[in-house]
Design a protein around this ligand. Structure first.
Ligand code: GDG
Length: 483
């Protein structure tokens, strides 16, 4: 019986030594959240990095980590501090991440980072090949592992290899600026199926491939090296029932089981009955449009001063990549903006922006989702954005409005949201007003359509469709010449 191996940079568990004791926690990233249900139900394994540097642990700790990981049906690829600095923070997050999100000015193309990226992709392939049998299916995830499909195929052509990119694929004009563009494409073309969130990313990828490499592109198929590679869009969904049921349970929570955060929100709502909450949840990342969002909220309050004192922006920003300079600058900019706006506009009974720079446990995340009248998901550029879908899943009372950036992959599916250009403060301010004043019937009509779609195309369906399409792609033979 062939098995499926999921491969991603990070395993779906966070491991930490605190006072010499190992703590194991599920991670909160989009991929981990999305794939969890697929991994726990399947008969396969998940291969990736544990989050701990191999050269900072003694042999006893290494054993302990191995065991903790094996219990989660996972296998680790050991990475050193050097790997993490150069492959992860270096090439992945200082070159590929900004490049693929159109932040060209932030890209750093360093040879040392690139060489480490090649070496770590090689390390991944060695661990995978130790665990894969002939005919197994390998599903590789994301931009840290673009070279992996080809490395695996070269060693074992019997494998069925799928690749899915969770971030946008940029236009050819951007991609061509990368000095190792040829090698990156060559790596991806080792797969039988290459998946993206949207059709636009598919188009950009096909266009880059046909301009940079000697390939033949036919609709969404690439003929290369006597193989056919299928390229398609698979918009990722969420574990809809998990969010929906958690929201339903929240409503039945007795007072004593409520989180501190929830008690505070309740308290505030009781003393400000008319007051509305606008929620934003993101990793602290420059692609997520956090400063723009704060500025557009300020612009809104100045354009429509009648809402001062009646609406609050609740911002949960989860710390991310804190040792990359651009992220430190973003944190400083955000702190200063929130400080300035709250300093300028607060009254004794009203603080316009509530800002949490931390990660919250799942039940408190649900508290935030459930208590919000509006969600504002306005990234500058985002592969998909699962927060937009999670907010919709937690609407159990037919109320709530989603304001969504047209730059998020999610906008391609969620037409009933209020769609905005996050750089257009006027338009965003008008849409905040429209959301605050939207009649209940209209909220329900929009939510009904969104919930129907998001619950049907959930994460399991996404994974099943990708794997089904991968199976079909593997059996694809090059077209025969007409006789
Ligand atoms: C990448 C792409 C694409 C956030 N804060 C907490 C928390 N979260 C969870 C959310 C959501 C996830 O993290 C974030 O997912 P996103 O999709 O918004 O963003 P990325 O991490 O950037 O993910 C993105 C995704 O991959 C999937 O393909 O959509 O475009 O950039 O699930 O709920 N969870 C908990 N506490 C928090 O404080 N428990």
């Amino acid at each position: 019986m062939h098995k499926t191996i999921i491969v991603s940079n990070r395993l779906p568990v966070d491991l930490k030594y605190i006072d010499n004791k190992l703590h194991v926690k599920s991670s909160s990233g989009g991929l981990a959240t999305g794939m969890k249900s697929v991994h726990s139900e399947g008969n396969g394994i998940w291969i990736g990095w544990s989050g701990l540097a191999e050269d900072t642990m003694n042999s006893e700790q290494k054993n302990e980590v191995d065991q903790a990981i094996a219990q989660e049906k996972c296998v680790q690829v050991p990475l050193t501090e050097y790997d993490i600095d150069n492959y992860y923070y270096g090439f992945s997050n200082k070159a590929l991440w900004p490049l693929f999100h159109y932040f060209q000015a932030y890209t750093e193309f360093e040879r040392e980072h690139w060489e480490s990226y090649v070496a770590v992709n090689q390390k991944f392939s060695e661990v995978i090949l130790q665990h894969a049998n002939d005919g197994d299916t390998i599903w590789v995830h994301d931009y840290q592992l673009l070279l992996l499909p080809e490395l695996l195929r070269k060693k074992n052509p019997t494998l069925t290899i799928g690749f899915f990119l969770h971030i946008p694929y940029p236009s050819y004009e951007l991609f061509r600026t990368c000095p190792w563009r040829y090698e990156l494409l060559q790596g991806m073309l080792g797969a039988d199926l290459i998946g993206f969130h949207t059709y636009d990313y598919v188009r950009h990828f096909l266009s880059s491939t046909s301009r940079i490499k000697e390939v033949e592109v036919n609709f969404n198929q690439i003929s290369y090296n006597n193989r056919i590679i299928k390229v398609d869009s698979f918009p990722m969904g969420i574990d809809y029932n998990r969010y929906h049921n958690a929201a339903l349970e929240h409503d039945t929570n007795p007072e004593h089981t409520k989180s501190e955060l929830m008690k505070n929100i309740d308290l505030h709502n009781q003393s400000n009955e008319e007051s509305k909450l606008i929620l934003c949840i993101d990793r602290m990342d420059y692609t997520k449009g956090i400063p723009n969002r704060i500025k557009s909220f300020e612009y809104f309050l100045n354009k429509y001063p009648e809402f001062k004192g009646k609406v609050r922006l609740v911002m949960l920003a989860v710390p991310s990549r804190e040792n990359v300079e651009q992220y430190q600058l973003l944190k400083r900019e955000t702190d200063e903006l929130v400080g300035r706006i709250n300093g300028d506009l607060s009254t004794v009974s009203w603080t316009p922006v509530w800002y949490f720079y931390r990660s919250l446990p799942f039940n408190e995340l649900i508290d935030l989702y459930v208590s919000s009248d509006i969600a504002m998901v306005t990234p500058i550029r985002d592969g998909m954005n699962l927060v937009a879908k999670e907010y919709i899943a937690t609407r159990t009372k037919d109320t709530g409005v989603l304001i969504l950036s047209e730059m998020a992959g999610a906008a391609k599916e969620m037409h009933e949201a209020l769609i905005v250009n996050p750089n257009n403060f006027d338009q965003t301010a008008d849409n905040i007003k429209a959301a605050l004043e939207m009649p209940k019937e209209e909220q329900k009509r929009r939510l009904d359509a969104l919930q129907k779609r998001i619950s049907r195309y959930d994460v399991e369906r996404w994974a099943t469709e990708f794997l089904k399409s991968l199976e079909a792609a593997k059996n694809n033979k090059p077209p025969q010449a007409a006789t």
